[in-house]
Design a protein around this ligand. Structure first.
Ligand SMILES: O=C(O)CCC(=O)C(=O)O
Length: 318
């Protein structure tokens, strides 16, 4: 089995635990509050966004860019539960131990019942709502700044709007990760507030001389580029591919994650997709070890893509 040395890139339980613990105590935790804030820009035009941020690979928060969306104006947990009561979802899918199949209506009932009781916060992560509740899409219109997404050419229109909703309770966390397949992140905040910590694509957490993780080196390196910001309703984040991100829910929250493939990253994207599909088909046992927390999520992503592309999973080329 190949072992990745950079702990920030590993998806096994030990590495995920070490990195998450570093956000709670030790040198990295001490640095968090003094990390610089990400630039926020209000009233940015498409041309300014392209010139000053996307073409330069610079992250930015587009303040209030989606504030006129029907979802930002009208959505509450309750009215979504009324619309999607029987829709099947997997709650806490990013944790192999906590993952649980239920319906959206039940999920909201459990959120309400557990609020303020000290229970672990519930988080519906990476919900591909367009396969099970496509009517929600009309409340989140397509963004003009996202039209460079090359997946439209590569996979067709439907697969390129393969977005995800992230719906959870105050205190919920998505642990530090890089997005797969070299895609840029565009994340729109719909309800509530989320605190993001991001690190540059070259950030490294390596084993130290004593065997533990060398957090001092991570904190001292100019490549780490630790930055923080809060996303509020109507804000849209642009984060270029391979930036690491960790998210903490400061209140009950709903966010829309959508991805964009920059044509410049096409080669890397295809290599990763093919590599992952071959690994799933030929070596699922090893993948269950290297991606123990996320195996089901990887499968769900592949199924959602196949579904959006009308691929019949029972057929091979004859
Ligand atoms: O909001 C979250 O908890 C995670 C979002 C995320 O990782 C993304 O949109 O890429």
């Amino acid at each position: 089995m190949q072992t990745e040395r950079n702990l920030l890139k590993r998806r096994d339980i030990d590495a995920l635990g070490t990195v998450e613990a570093a956000f709670h105590s030790g040198p990295l935790a001490e640095l968090l509050d003094s990390a610089p804030e990400l630039e926020r820009r209000g009233g940015l035009t498409l041309e300014e966004f392209e010139r000053e941020y996307r073409l330069q690979g610079r992250p930015v928060v587009l303040e209030g860019y989606a504030s006129d969306w029907p979802s930002v104006r009208d959505w509450t947990f309750q009215n979504l539960a009324g619309r999607c009561a029987d829709v099947p979802v997997v709650v806490d899918s990013y944790s192999s131990k906590a993952a649980r199949r239920t319906t959206f209506g039940e999920f909201v009932t459990r959120l309400e019942q557990s609020a303020g009781r000290g229970a672990a916060p519930l988080y519906l992560q990476e919900w591909y709502y367009q396969t099970t509740a496509p009517e929600l899409a009309q409340d989140m219109p397509e963004l003009d700044i996202a039209q460079y997404d090359f997946r439209q050419d590569l996979y067709g229109e439907a697969a390129s709007t393969n977005h995800q909703l992230w719906i959870g309770q105050q205190g919920g966390v998505t642990r530090l990760h890089q997005d797969a397949y070299s895609v840029d992140v565009m994340h729109a905040q719909i309800v509530g507030e989320k605190l993001w910590h991001i690190m540059g694509p070259d950030a490294e957490l390596l084993p130290g001389p004593g065997g533990g993780a060398d957090l001092d080196a991570l904190c001292a390196s100019p490549d780490t580029r630790l930055t923080r910001f809060v996303l509020r309703p109507g804000d849209v984040l642009y984060l270029p591919s391979l930036w690491f991100h960790r998210i903490e829910l400061r209140s009950d929250s709903i966010g829309l994650g959508r991805k964009c493939l920059d044509e410049a990253n096409l080669r890397a994207h295809i290599r990763q997709r093919i590599g992952e599909l071959l690994a799933l088909a030929l070596n699922p046992d090893e993948l269950r070890v290297t991606h123990s927390e996320l195996f089901d999520v990887v499968m769900a992503r592949a199924r959602a893509l196949a579904n959006r592309m009308d691929i019949d999973l029972s057929r091979l080329r004859q």
